[in-house]
Ligand binder design. Structure first.
Ligand code: COI
Length: 355
């Protein structure tokens, strides 16, 4: 099933033997694929139970040309991260949430899914097997990508007869090419990311290829990303291509309600709770694009992105600029989130799992 492991840029790959190593340039990590040593794989056929699964060298997988995922897009992704603290301790941030989101997605896409325990164990195993690829504290993180695919063969439109749960990992730094520069968003009025009743609320692989055209157009015009509107009224904001959006006005922070067309990000969820801790009122509701004009501050959140301020949004050919205040709310929220992750402040909600 597994092809030979491709060679990696750093030397040898004995499982577990390495701390993050100085053979690699940790200062220039972006969000691009770096092959690591191991990936986890487990399959499941119609009996509904995933086998225990195991680590394999990272490498190509073999698929039938009629695999459900290739023909009908029966697949889900997840994203979660492992971090290294100053004291060398490795931890994961809320991997159970990703497991549950995968189960909800699997139900929507008629797929079989691993249990929360199987998912979390596989994430842990993958992180530890690729431990030498976890960047030193403060340099980035190990992005862990769980994948669930219908790999069994089908011809008609029907659930695949077999599923593969695969987890691989890659060291990452900033998601954005321009580092920590504020986002410049373009409100897309023609192309939509998701429709009511569709699969926009789950992390289906089929949510991502359709936004590439909008992202490409926006980038050609000099914007960093796209903000999508609802497909019924073309009036309410939904989300950015791979992140959720928040507006701040006074002591109220608003974010589009997760009513089926936006992805319920784990960073989104965490930031809502942290906003309450910091004394903000949070509204999850319909937000008209026109409200962008009067917001004091706008920011986006995502596992890959983190918490990123928005510098401008262009809507109906008008550019709305957000001035960067000395202490932006997004910075305060981000500092609190990263302080929990770094163990600087108490993790009262058990978000952190030390591995
Ligand atoms: C994540 O934040 O984990 C994402 O899913 C973004 C990814 C599609 C690049």
């Amino acid at each position: 099933f597994i092809g030979p492991a491709p060679s990696t840029s750093a030397q040898p790959s004995t499982y577990g033997d390495y701390e993050s190593t100085d053979v690699f340039d940790w200062d220039n990590l972006g969000f691009k694929l770096i092959q690591t040593d191991y990936m986890f794989m487990a399959t499941c056929s119609q009996d509904g139970n995933f086998e225990k699964g195991k680590l394999n060298p990272y490498g190509n997988i073999e698929l039938s040309p009629s695999a459900g995922v290739l023909n009908y897009g029966q697949g889900l992704i997840e994203g979660t991260k492992a971090y290294r603290r100053n004291d060398g301790q490795i931890f994961l941030f809320r991997p159970q949430e990703s497991a549950i989101r995968m189960q909800i997605g699997a139900e929507r896409m008629c797929m079989l899914s691993p249990s929360t325990q199987q998912f979390v164990d596989a994430v842990k195993l993958t992180a530890l097997a690729n431990k030498r690829w976890i960047p030193p504290a403060g340099k980035g993180s190990l992005y862990i990508r769980p994948l669930l695919i219908g790999n069994g063969p089908v011809l008609g439109v029907a659930p695949a007869p077999e599923y593969t749960f695969l987890v691989y990992a890659c060291p990452v730094g900033n998601y954005l090419r321009n580092g920590t520069q504020p986002l410049t968003l373009y409100v897309e009025e023609e192309l939509h990311r998701a429709a009511q009743g569709g699969a926009g609320g789950v992390k289906a692989i089929t949510n991502y290829a359709p936004v590439m055209k909008a992202i490409k157009r926006a980038k050609e015009r000099g914007y960093s990303d796209v903000l999508y509107l609802d497909s019924v009224n073309n009036k309410y904001i939904e989300e950015v291509s791979a992140s959720n959006i928040f507006l701040v006005k006074g002591k109220i922070i608003s974010t589009p309600a997760a009513s089926g067309t936006i992805l319920e990000g784990i960073t989104r969820k965490s930031i809502i709770e942290i906003s309450h801790d910091l004394g903000y009122q949070v509204e999850e509701r319909l937000i008209e694009a026109e409200e962008l004009i009067s917001a004091d501050e706008v920011f986006c959140t995502g596992t890959a992105l983190g918490v990123a301020p928005v510098g401008s949004i262009t809507y109906k050919n008008k550019r709305i600029e957000y001035k960067v205040s000395p202490e932006p709310i997004s910075d305060q929220l981000n500092s609190r989130l990263t302080a929990i992750q770094k163990g600087i402040i108490e993790d009262k909600r058990d978000w952190i799992i030390e591995i």
